[in-house]
Design a protein around this ligand. Structure first.
Ligand SMILES: *Cc1c(COP(=O)(O)O)cnc(C)c1O
Length: 471
């Protein structure tokens, strides 16, 4: 930036763009299909994008989970897998990376995030407990409920309004939390379940000030804080960008400071850590660690691999170091923003501010004529696929599931369709194609009809439910 020649160029062209801090070394062909093909595929998939064959998808924005492109260094690491049953060298590399960047003392490897959620929920939650959280995540809440806990949403009200531009919509409402503590008693709250960049709120961050204050409140009542660190890198980026005093701090420094206010974390490494499989649970409490290390053997694998191959752990250890690089995370978030800005320029309703990993289309206002009982978000995901072969995901009534007490649908305030951007996979040209398809579907929105659910599995129904179009 200090090179005077570049400064002049910047002035001359009136803009300075960011770019990905990598170039492409290997490519995977993708194919465009015809509308007839897509209709057939969609019918076979019961109008659920989770049930499509990936081969029939053109641009796959279903999820950023396990869909990242690995670097040449990570691929080289795959060749260094130490596949010993016990004490693999790669485990120690992973342990070192987690200790270095997150600062927690003890590490338990798991096959992916929900393996870690299972272990921590089972160990800490007893029937009758309440688990406060800054909005729910599907697998997280289910494990908490299966362990006998009652989930309580304590996110700030702004998070439930898709148009509200609060810079830290992931924040915990300390008033809501304290009211809960007073109502049920601190003894009935095993921990606060805190998520960095809240997925279901639209990828919205938690501020450093909020986690610091949360720590203060929890200390007064003796309640631990466990962090869903799945997308903490993006959270750290938003703190750097938006919070007073953090502009000159690195992502790595911010991440470690944030984690220092918590007692441990679980991780879906399939997201932030740029690998296709993996997860972990890390804690500071030695007694808790002993229990977790024992339980992991029952459900995941020995405590030095937890369901991962040695090579997976090596790629993961390297991925952690790459994920905290400022250039990487900036390019990641800016690409999401690029897509979001195209859409807002066309006045297409999306959750704002634009989040860290995905664009969330506001299906409630997109299809204001379709009631939530007819699944507008699911309908939008189906229509997008039909239009262009782009795969998105429902994050509305289907994902919210049924209330365990009443058995009724839970109608969430946010009825969203998520366009999730895999890390280091698609180019800006792909984002243009996506934006134009969303625009085409938006222009034809009046013709869309809702769906009815014709098959509903018992757990996490959004993965396998089937639908038919309403006449
Ligand atoms: C994906 C995810 C999980 C679950 O992790 P898996 O690796 O898919 O099992 C938990 N929390 C959040 C926020 C996630 O995005």
């Amino acid at each position: 930036m200090s090179n005077p020649k570049f400064r002049t160029m910047g002035k001359q062209f009136g803009r300075r763009s960011w770019a990905e801090p990598w170039k492409i070394k290997m490519v995977e062909p993708i194919k465009m299909t015809s509308r007839d093909d897509r209709l057939k595929s969609l019918q076979e998939a019961g109008y659920n994008t989770f049930l499509l064959h990936s081969e029939d998808v053109y641009i796959d924005l279903l999820t950023d989970s396990g869909t990242s492109a690995m670097s040449d260094r990570q691929w080289a690491g795959m060749m260094l897998g130490d596949e010993a049953y016990a004490g693999s060298r790669n485990f120690y590399h992973l342990e070192e990376a987690v200790q270095k960047y997150y600062g927690y003392r003890y590490l338990v490897p798991t096959h992916q995030g929900r393996g870690a959620e299972h272990l921590i929920s089972r160990t800490l939650i007893k029937p009758g407990h309440y688990v406060p959280a800054n909005m729910y995540f599907t697998t997280t809440r289910l494990h908490q409920e299966l362990a006998g806990g009652t989930f309580v949403d304590v996110i700030i009200d702004e998070a439930h309004d898709p148009a509200n531009e609060h810079p830290f919509k992931g924040n915990v409402s300390l008033e809501k939390l304290e009211a809960l503590i007073k109502r049920v008693g601190a003894d009935n709250i095993p921990y606060v379940s805190l998520a960095g960049t809240v997925n279901m709120a639209g990828g919205q961050p938690v501020s450093m000030a909020n986690v610091r204050a949360l720590r203060g409140l929890c200390d007064r009542y003796g309640i631990p804080i466990y962090l869903d660190a799945t997308r903490m890198m993006e959270n750290a980026f938003f703190i750097q960008e938006r919070e007073e005093g953090y502009q000159d701090k690195s992502i790595a420094t911010i991440l470690k400071e944030f984690c220092s206010f918590t007692d441990g974390a679980w991780m879906s490494a399939k997201k932030d850590h740029l690998v296709n499989i993996g997860g972990w649970l890390a804690v500071n409490d030695g007694d808790l660690f002993d229990e977790l290390r024992n339980l992991v053997v029952v459900y995941e694998g020995l405590h030095t691999y937890g369901g991962m191959a040695g090579r997976d752990m090596e790629a993961l250890a390297i991925g952690i170091g790459e994920a905290v690089e400022d250039d990487h995370i900036r390019a990641r978030v800016e690409q999401v923003r690029y897509l979001g800005t195209l859409l807002t320029d066309w006045e297409i309703p999306i959750v704002k501010p634009i989040g860290g990993h995905a664009i969330f289309l506001d299906a409630k206002s997109f299809y204001s004529h379709i009631p939530q009982s007819q699944f507008p978000s699911q309908t939008l995901a189906a229509e997008l696929y039909l239009d262009s072969g782009i795969r998105s995901m429902e994050r509305g009534t289907v994902s919210a599931g049924r209330d365990p007490e009443t058995g009724d649908h839970r109608y969430p305030s946010l009825e969203l369709t998520r366009l999730t951007i895999p890390r280091r996979v698609y180019t800006q040209a792909h984002m243009d194609v996506v934006a134009e398809s969303v625009k085409a579907v938006y222009d034809a929105r009046g013709e869309a009809r809702g769906l009815k659910m014709v098959y509903e599995p018992r757990y996490l129904r959004f993965f396998q439910a089937r639908f038919e179009p309403l006449a």
